[in-house]
Design a protein around this ligand. Structure first.
Ligand code: 5RP
Length: 229
C-alpha cells in the first residue's frame, strides 16, 4: 500500500488511483479506457508513458477527446479483438467487484470495452465502496420510445425512475439514447438483477456491472491506495 496524507481531498485521491493504475498497463499494449473524473486522472498519467503503449480503445467521446488532445492514439473497438486491461471508475463498487456505473452516461460503451478486456481495473476513491449496491441512483440507457414502460417496470420493483436532464432537456447519450436514473433499489443479487433488466424491451444497457465486474479495485483512502481483489 502506498502512503497518503489523511488531509488529501477527493480530487487528490482520484489522482493517486489514476497514477496507481499505470502499473497494470503492459508495455506495447492497447489500453481500454473508461470515462469520468477519476479516469481523466488516469488519462493524464497515461500521457506520461504514451510512447510505451500502442494506444487506447475509448468508452466515450469525452475520453476520446482527452486522449487525443494528449497525443494518445485512439483505436476503434472493432479493430481490436482483445484488450489486456480496461481501466475505469465506478459510482459504487461492492466487496465482490460488482459495480454501478453510468454517472457520466457512458455505461453502454463502457460495458462494451469492458467485455473485450481480460481484466477490469476499477479506480475509485473510498466513498464509492458499499456493502450493497443501490444507494447511487442506478443509470439505465433506454430507447426514448420505451421510457415510460421501463419507468413502470422499475416502479413494480419499488424503484423510482426519472429521465436525466441536461440544460432542461433529456440528456442524449453518445449513442443517441436517453438515461433513466432509478432510486429506491436494493441490488442484493447483482447478476440476477442485471439479467432481469437487460431483458426489458427498450433497455440498451443497465448500469449494473456484474457480468463485467472488476477483478481489481484500486481504492484511494486516507491511508493510501488499497488494492482490493
Ligand atoms: C461514467 C462512469 C464513471 O466511471 C462513474 O460515473 C464514476 O465517475 P467519477 O470518476 O467522475 O466519479 O460510469 O459513465
Amino acid at each position: 500500500m502506498t502512503q497518503a496524507s489523511p488531509a488529501l481531498t477527493q480530487d487528490e485521491l482520484k489522482t493517486l488511483v489514476g497514477q496507481a493504475a499505470l502499473q497494470y498497463v503492459l508495455p506495447g499494449s492497447i489500453v481500454g479506457v473508461g470515462t469520468g473524473s477519476t479516469v481523466n486522472k488516469f488519462i493524464d498519467a497515461l500521457a506520461t508513458i504514451k510512447d510505451q503503449v500502442k494506444g487506447a480503445v475509448s468508452s466515450s467521446e469525452a475520453s476520446t477527446a482527452r486522449l487525443k488532445a494528449l497525443g494518445i492514439p485512439v483505436l476503434d473497438s472493432n479493430e481490436v479483438v482483445e484488450l489486456a486491461v480496461y481501466i475505469d471508475g465506478a459510482d459504487e463498487i461492492d466487496h465482490q467487484g460488482h459495480m454501478v456505473k453510468g454517472g457520466g452516461a457512458a455505461l453502454t460503451r463502457e460495458k462494451i470495452v469492458a467485455a473485450q478486456s481480460l481484466q477490469f481495473i476499477c479506480i475509485a476513491d473510498e466513498s464509492k465502496l458499499v456493502k450493497t449496491l443501490g444507494q447511487f441512483p442506478l443509470p439505465v440507457e433506454v430507447i426514448p420510445m420505451a421510457a415510460k414502460r421501463v419507468v413502470r417496470q422499475f416502479a413494480a420493483l419499488g424503484g423510482v425512475a426519472t429521465i436525466r436532464l441536461k440544460d432542461g432537456q433529456p440528456l442524449v447519450t453518445d449513442n443517441g439514447q436517453i438515461i433513466l436514473d432509478v432510486t429506491g433499489l436494493q441490488i442484493s443479487d447483482p447478476l440476477a438483477f442485471e439479467s432481469q433488466v437487460n431483458q426489458w424491451p427498450g433497455v440498451v444497457t443497465v448500469g449494473v456491472f456484474a457480468y463485467q465486474k472488476a477483478q481489481v479495485c484500486l481504492l484511494g483512502t486516507a491511508e493510501g491506495v488499497k488494492t482490493l481483489v
